[in-house]
Design a protein around this ligand. Structure first.
Ligand code: SAM
Length: 290
């Protein structure tokens, strides 16, 4: 009686049975393509040892696939109208817990403590695009124990997350993500894989978190302030970007000394620096402030 939802027919049947009305404010576009669902679960590298946090299960389409592979799935859904539907579509799985909550208000550290004794979990999500980046950054910055995050994002956002120096997509988001994780594009997903269809193309990206930071940074706050200031004014030189943003209490001359410590000069732009260089710059500036 395990009826797979990952095809248009079964999805329509469930939606009609419950007279479900799509809520724009919750960014509801449900997956209706089994190939994409398989790719997500494969891409997330889910095994029977994993406890998975799924954010935004919808009618439980992806949840079913996750539950087939994982030890346990905790699914957090904001829309209370979906809860009876989820209880129905996931009825045959005894390893799924459904929580009716706004993920932005959930104490995820506490949840991981309760559900997996504080051991790292895997996060999988197909979420509204406008909250995806804050959620990802929140998971990293709040030091939630996670192995990886596999998420559906706008295609352009996936490009930005995995870009390096020299690419037009390289920016503060690339550096923020790559400071914490290794990005890998799992799949590109066209609009016809969803119901209703979104207007834009999507990609599934997996961010595998470093269990130990790959670079040494004395002051993370300062690093990210420097990165933001460097990309605020794209066409400006690094020195002017830092000087104008006034995030660093140093004179222009002292800033230049810091930039020179990288073996770079006055004309260098922020978008040319690697993450390692931003880290060295930040450590050097930190020394000079003290
Ligand atoms: N995972 C399902 C799928 O792939 O078919 C549904 C994806 S749909 C794009 C996004 C889901 O996230 C919706 O079910 C929506 O109600 C839910 N959602 C939106 N904002 C949320 C929030 N802040 N916390 C938890 N769930 C949320």
């Amino acid at each position: 009686n395990k009826k797979p939802l990952g095809n248009p027919q079964n999805t329509i049947e469930v939606l009609q049975k419950y007279d479900f009305v799509f809520q724009k404010k919750f960014g509801q576009n449900f997956l209706i393509d089994t190939h994409v669902l398989d790719k997500i679960v494969d891409g997330a590298e889910i095994t029977e040892e994993d406890v998975v946090l799924e954010i935004g299960p919808g009618i439980g389409t992806l949840t079913q696939h996750l539950a087939e592979r994982a030890k346990k799935v905790i699914a957090v859904e904001i829309d209370k109208k979906l809860i009876p539907i989820l209880e129905d579509t996931l009825n045959d799985y005894n390893n799924v817990t459904i929580l009716n909550d706004d993920i932005l208000k959930v104490d995820i550290n506490k949840l991981v403590e309760e559900e997996n004794a504080g051991q790292p979990i895997k996060v999988v999500a197909n979420l509204p695009y406008y909250i995806t980046t804050p959620i990802i950054m929140g998971l990293f910055e709040d030091k939630i124990p996670i192995k990886s995050i596999t998420v559906m994002v706008q295609k352009e956002v996936a490009e930005r997350m995995k870009s390096g120096p020299g690419s037009k997509d390289y920016g503060a988001l690339s550096l923020a993500v790559q400071y914490y994780a290794t990005p890998y594009i799992v799949a590109n997903v066209p609009p016809n894989c969803f119901m209703p269809r979104p207007k834009i193309g999507s990609s599934v990206i997996r961010l595998t978190k470093y269990q130990n930071p790959p670079i040494y940074v004395v002051n993370e706050k300062l690093l990210f302030a420097i990165i933001r200031a460097s990309f605020n004014q794209r066409r400006k030189t690094l020195i002017n970007g830092l000087n104008n943003a006034a995030v660093v209490p140093l004179s222009k001359e002292e800033l230049l000394l810091s930039i020179k410590s990288l073996g770079r000069g006055e004309s260098i732009r922020g978008e040319a620096l690697t993450l390692e260089e931003f880290a060295s710059l930040s450590n050097d500036i930190d020394e000079r402030i003290k």
